[in-house]
Design a protein around this ligand. Sequence first.
Ligand SMILES: Cc1ncc(COP(=O)(O)O)c(C=O)c1O
Length: 463
Amino acid sequence: MKEKLEIPPAEMRALGYRVVDLIVDHYASLNENIVGAKGDPAVLRPLFRQAPPRDPAPADEIFARVERDVLPYIMNICHPRFFAFVPGPSNFVSVMADALAAGFNVFNGSWLGGSGPAALELAVIEWFREWCGFPEEAGGLFVSGGSMANLTALATARHAKLNDRCERAVLYYSDQTHSSVDRALGVIGFLPEQIRRLPADASFRLSMDALARAVANDRAAGLQPFAVIANAGTTNTGAIDPLREIAAFCRAENLWMHVDGAYGAAAVICQRGRELLDGIALADSLSFDPHKWLFQTVECGCVLLRDAARMKATYRIMPEYLADVHRNVTEVNPCDYGIQLTRGFRALKVWMSMQFFGLDAFRAAVERGFVLAEYAEAKLRTMPCWEIVTPAQMGIVTFARRGGDDAFYARMHEAMLRDGYALATSTVLNGRTVLRLCTINPRTSEEDLRRTIEWLDALAESG
Ligand SMILES: Cc1ncc(COP(=O)(O)O)c(C=O)c1O
């Protein structure tokens, strides 16, 4: 059987149960465990620097190595005290959906390859379309994450508005915009001199005055203003750009409006988020990551286009070997709407976990992210050594140690990693290093936060 790469069903089951047991134990013990660990490259890399064995290794040995040398050296981004970057507080149903999608090795690139999966993906995209208030003709695609969503959307914009000729085109966004936008623009052929990274206002939002001035200057210089990228929740502070005003400006100036909601757009499902994200419905394109604030496992990103036909116009290619895929026009082929042909079945996890928990649970879970950040802010305000730099917004609060310099934050980082109780990471705002808590994990308790803040204070005192 080995040369067919097959194992008997009983052995498959044993292997599967072993994996499930590992995952369940992991989830069940997260709270008692450290938030994760970072290994030393000099120690970890040699452990794996071997050719693959010619002959089979025993399963026990394989699992032992994975459990000893691999899994302990991750940051548990769904740990209730992981407050760094943007956490990934996934849910167990999503994990099992991934297992099903992998187990059936679903090819979600064409209707022919997987009509059930394609129909389900379209239905989930339809949920997103409605939540974001996009019109009927809108559509979209599951992608790996926000970076790919930004790339997919911006290449569509380039095709739709510039017919892919971008020599004189200029794009505008605030200096708080995620680096994946810079990278996407580089990939699709924009040069740094075509990008206006405008200084954000005092609240870290795109300044309408700066935007209007920059567009007018570029027009006067004979350039071709092309697109504005707005943030629906910046990674640094959770700031939301003035979406409605940007939309009106884009309409008036005939500019494409892309909204990077990779982090924040999921908040539209709750009342508070919907109010804060007013204007998101007016975007031409939107990035939205279920693997962030919609509690899915990585990888799960999504891109929505106000007019789905534009995606097809950008991406559809019909080679001879896919003729059978394209015979029936009523069938939707996901590969026509983006960069990947072979693609996994990411929509299943969103669909299954929504069915399992119900939308109200997701709403409450998002809402909790707001409340936890407010709790953290209130707690920090009672501690004289800390100063709030940006108040809680969209589940993010930033704060600084009075008198803390860069060396202090570097020491804090090392101390946090050494101890492992929790993790917060730093960022830089207006040239000043600050700490940042992103509290979007609904399984974080107020107690977790209180203790984390007191622990940070103790680390700061001792260090
Ligand atoms: C606002 C924003 N955009 C884009 C991204 C990139 O998303 P991904 O890491 O899923 O590619 C992030 C990641 O945190 C983000 O916060």
